[in-house]
Design a protein around this ligand. Structure first.
Ligand SMILES: *Cc1c(COP(=O)(O)O)cnc(C)c1O
Length: 228
């Protein structure tokens, strides 16, 4: 299926989910995750009306950015090694994977402007997942005061790898509760308006639970007819 047909379906899903949750579809940004696909496929997504592209490696971001920089807003969504920060800092508009102070320090040092960062939270507690533990988020945000180039624009999580929708939902809900806690701190460097949650398999639940950014790869730009 071409990207535009898939996008139509996803937008319908978002509209219905928003209706159920009493939200506006405009509140939800769709990030096309292009990490497994070609520049041409990413271009197809932009032509279908996508604005946001997500990549999880510095070289992937770079190769798409070189061709599409005038037409897309780039999001870095993967684990970020500190030594790679310099490669992406001027190209990504958002970093979704801030998960440690050493990374904050490096971003702060390399950024030539305020950098939009989302704190990655390991809500499900799975050992394989990166991210700050929910209990540590407020403390982590407070410590970011030291780094004036960091703007905590939101929180990000990856849902657990499970078919248990109630559990997935509870993780998204937890992230939203954490967002409220951060917002209640009233820090000018941490407006925390964004909730980046939901991927191909769980974006509908994520939208119902308040996602403002959904990161969709296979269901949107997948080049095969994958079951998702
Ligand atoms: C790959 C990836 C996605 C998209 O995954 P799909 O299941 O293909 O939609 C979203 N977020 C992150 C962090 C990813 O690495």
């Amino acid at each position: 299926m071409d990207v535009s047909s898939k996008l139509i379906k996803i937008k319908e899903d978002i509209e219905k989910a928003c209706e159920r949750a009493n939200r506006l579809p405009e509140e939800v940004k769709i990030i096309a995750v292009t990490k497994y696909v070609s520049v041409e496929r990413a271009k197809e997504a932009l032509e279908a009306g996508i604005l946001h592209l997500g990549e999880n490696r510095d070289d992937g971001l770079l190769s798409k950015w070189e061709v599409l920089k005038d037409d897309a807003v780039f999001h870095f969504i993967g684990t970020l090694q500190s030594r790679k920060v310099k490669n992406i800092i001027d190209k990504a508009e958002y970093i979704h994977s801030l998960d440690r102070l050493s990374l904050a320090k490096e971003i702060n040092k390399r950024a030539s402007r305020k950098m939009n960062c989302l704190i990655q939270v390991n809500v499900s507690g799975e050992e394989s997942k990166h991210g700050i533990s929910p209990d540590g988020v407020v403390d982590f945000v407070m410590k970011l005061k030291e780094y004036p180039n960091i703007n905590v624009c939101g929180l990000m999580t990856m849902a657990p790898f499970t078919k248990d929708e109630d559990f997935i939902r509870s993780c998204f809900r937890k992230l939203r509760e954490l967002q409220k806690k951060v917002q209640d701190l009233n820090l000018d460097y941490a407006p925390c308006n964004e909730l980046s949650m939901g991927m191909s398999n769980d974006y509908i639940i994520a939208v119902e639970e308040g996602a403002t950014m959904i990161r969709i790869g296979s269901a949107l730009v997948g080049e095969y007819n994958q079951e998702v």
